[in-house]
Design a protein around this ligand. Structure first.
Ligand SMILES: C[S@@+](CC[C@H](N)C(=O)[O-])C[C@H]1O[C@@H](n2cnc3c(N)ncnc32)[C@H](O)[C@@H]1O
Length: 277
């Protein structure tokens, strides 16, 4: 497959109107994406066990919350190069052992076909922070999960190959969260929706997404966002849309019938923000 860079022009979008970029991952340097010929396409930000989620506590939360569920729908929108989905898979294996099966497959979606190509290739870039985070979380099992090329004197990201435990359990495909709401299961769903909200076109789109998710995720569901989303006030928007923050677990939310969305408030916010932009 020939790798092609996507054509979205995010410089007109949302929070970053004044910045110049052709992908949602501009201005960041955590991962480099190269064509087959070795040409740098662009850089994107993602990490293994990205530290804006307390993965340890999150694993315990899932264990308790879904103890009696026979099947849990694990979805990850904005999955990028797979670092996040692979972190979820390792977390499930470490916390649930054989029971991890009830969370699989992880349905992983992104609007960027280049990162999806990379994710599907089974080879991922990582740096020494990722290496340390994986060992910290898995109790030094990096070598059970990854085949490392050359981990001596790392000064840049290096490609690493997945070993058998990570080769199955994730299904990657194209998906735009804005178009996919109706395909998200209503019950026993854990939805990762992290670190891309500021790229959505406008405040109205962010409010609409929060409301749509709030009415969709009804029964025993969990929504996970990232700290980067906070710059677009997403934590605030989610509360107004009826989500409840999980106590002692930053960036994790639950929704349900107990609190109705404050639609009147959200509508007034949309009008206010339209005038500002
Ligand atoms: C900054 S990366 C974050 C990756 C990962 N979620 C994390 O937290 O490390 C944002 C990703 O979201 C994707 N994205 C942006 N808008 C999206 C949308 N509407 N639906 C699905 N993915 C989207 C981008 O293509 C990019 O790969």
């Amino acid at each position: 497959m020939k790798i092609q860079s996507i054509n979205y022009n995010y410089s007109n979008y949302g929070y970053f109107k004044n910045l110049k970029s052709t992908t949602p991952s501009f201005g960041s340097n955590s991962r480099a994406l190269y064509s087959k010929e070795g040409k740098l396409l662009y850089r994107t930000t993602t990490n293994f066990f990205r530290p804006d989620l307390d993965w340890e506590r999150f694993g315990m939360f899932l264990r308790e919350k879904y103890a009696h569920a026979l099947k849990v729908n694990m979805l990850c929108y904005g999955c990028s190069d797979g670092s996040e989905t692979l972190s979820i898979l390792m977390m499930l294996k470490e916390f649930f052992g054989k029971d991890a099966k009830k969370f699989l497959p992880i349905v992983a979606k992104d609007i960027d076909k280049t990162v999806l190509y990379l994710a599907k290739s089974g080879s991922v870039e990582m740096d020494y922070h990722d290496h340390a985070a994986i060992n910290r979380f898995t109790n030094n099992k990096f070598n059970d999960y990854f085949e490392q090329s050359n981990f001596v004197d790392i000064i840049d990201n290096i490609p690493v190959k997945l070993k058998a435990p990570l080769k199955k359990g994730i299904e990657y495909s194209y998906g735009n969260i804005m178009d996919d709401i109706l395909s998200i299961p209503r019950k026993n769903t854990v939805l990762f929706c992290r670190n891309f909200w500021p790229y959505l076109k406008s405040p109205q789109e962010r409010y609409k997404l929060a409301l749509d998710l709030s009415s969709r995720l009804q029964d025993n569901c969990t929504l996970v966002i990232g700290s980067y989303d906070r710059i677009a006030d997403v934590h605030f928007i989610l509360s107004s849309a009826g989500f409840r923050r999980v106590k002692n677990l930053t960036n994790v939310y639950e929704s349900g019938k107990s609190k109705l969305p404050d639609t009147q408030f959200l509508l007034s916010k949309c009008v206010k923000n339209t005038n500002q932009e």
